[in-house]
Design a binder for this molecule. Structure first.
Ligand code: STX
Length: 329
């Protein structure tokens, strides 16, 4: 091993201990949609909004464990139509810009002036769309597994690319779709996910959801793959993702986030990306960093897409700790 290859690691950091939310609430954000949110950590700490992925993935207890609960006031919520938000899997009044508006509604509801925004994957997309729309409300950005819903990113994961790396999982993803419809798999799944046939709907939801569950990390996790196929989760995750992707993330143009990312200058940011991320490959994180060079960029050499792979988790925890000393609100 060359001398500069010697890997001398301080102790790798892990999640903070499991903790219970200090409070839970519901917020009516439209005539149709009701959001579920939770607060944890120190009520007088630095406010942070932790965004989940998907879209449609919902919050999980682990999302409260990336920040020191003694230093941070940690807020999570379930985006429209998923988790404990209602109505479940509802696609009406459900766009990126509705979610951006919901984040502002929640911020004002909680009496927070500015907050850190932390998100991976779709959580990074939403964090970026929010920061570009309401920069004055964002103290810092910590982003992982960068995703901007460009056509090339959606094609890579749902049409051709990732298929070459995970051929046996890919067979299951395409199984519900007849060969003559496979030239556009997002559209073909969308027809089934929004169609009247409940059996077809569930088969498509399970295939869609398990494709992602099977490709998230370097090492397989059969329990996670199983969980992604569970009806209640899969129907929201698959329908909402497919709805956002067929609508190209509701952005004005393909590549809108990266074209506008220079406007993030002035917001302290950290970008963390797994080298072997098959869901949201590193080219997007690289393009984001080119457009926003003031952000700190960390490429994790031995990680895929998941937040809890060791190198990625270590980088995320060091990132939140590095911002925990910042003063003021
Ligand atoms: N979707 C990427 C995404 O945001 C294309 C995502 N992938 N997996 C997740 O989110 C969860 C693990 C949060 C469900």
């Amino acid at each position: 091993m060359a001398p500069n290859m010697t890997i001398v690691q301080d102790k790798m950091r892990g999640l903070f201990p499991a903790n219970e939310p200090r409070s839970r609430g519901r917020l009516k954000v439209s005539p149709l949609h009701d959001l579920y949110y939770e607060e944890a950590g120190n009520p007088d700490g630095l406010p942070v909004l932790v965004l989940h992925g998907g879209p449609g993935g919902g919050s999980s207890p682990n999302l409260r464990r990336f920040h020191d609960p003694a230093k941070y006031r940690i807020i999570t919520f379930d985006q429209r139509g998923c988790g404990r938000s209602t109505p479940h899997a509802c696609l009406d009044q459900n766009t990126t810009w509705d979610l951006v508006a919901d984040i502002e509604t929640l911020r004002q509801h909680l009496g927070i002036a500015r907050w850190q925004v932390f998100g991976g994957s779709w959580g990074s997309t939403l964090a970026l769309a929010y920061a570009l729309t309401h920069p004055q409300a964002v103290r810092q950005l910590i982003l992982r597994g960068i995703f901007t819903v460009r056509k090339c990113e959606v094609d890579w994961f749902y049409q051709h690319g990732a298929s070459m790396l995970f051929p046996e999982q890919w067979e299951r993803f395409v199984a519900p779709i007849p060969p003559e419809e496979r030239h556009d798999l997002v559209a073909a799944h969308y027809r089934r996910l929004t169609g009247a046939d409940a059996g077809e709907r569930m088969a498509s939801a399970r295939a869609w959801s398990q494709w992602e569950g099977a490709t998230l990390s370097l090492y397989p996790d059969p329990a996670r793959e199983q969980a992604f196929g569970e009806d209640h989760f899969a129907i929201a995750f698959a329908s909402i993702e497919c709805h956002y992707f067929i609508n190209r993330g509701f952005f004005a143009e393909d590549g809108w986030i990266i074209a506008n990312a220079h406007r993030l200058k002035g917001i302290p940011g950290i970008i963390i990306q797994g080298r072997y991320d098959v869901v949201t490959p590193p080219a997007t994180a690289h393009a984001l960093h080119r457009a926003w060079p003031e952000a700190r960029f960390e490429m994790i050499p031995d990680a895929g897409h998941a937040a809890i792979e060791p190198g990625t988790l270590d980088a995320l925890i060091r990132a939140t700790d590095s911002f925990a000393h910042a003063k003021g609100a």
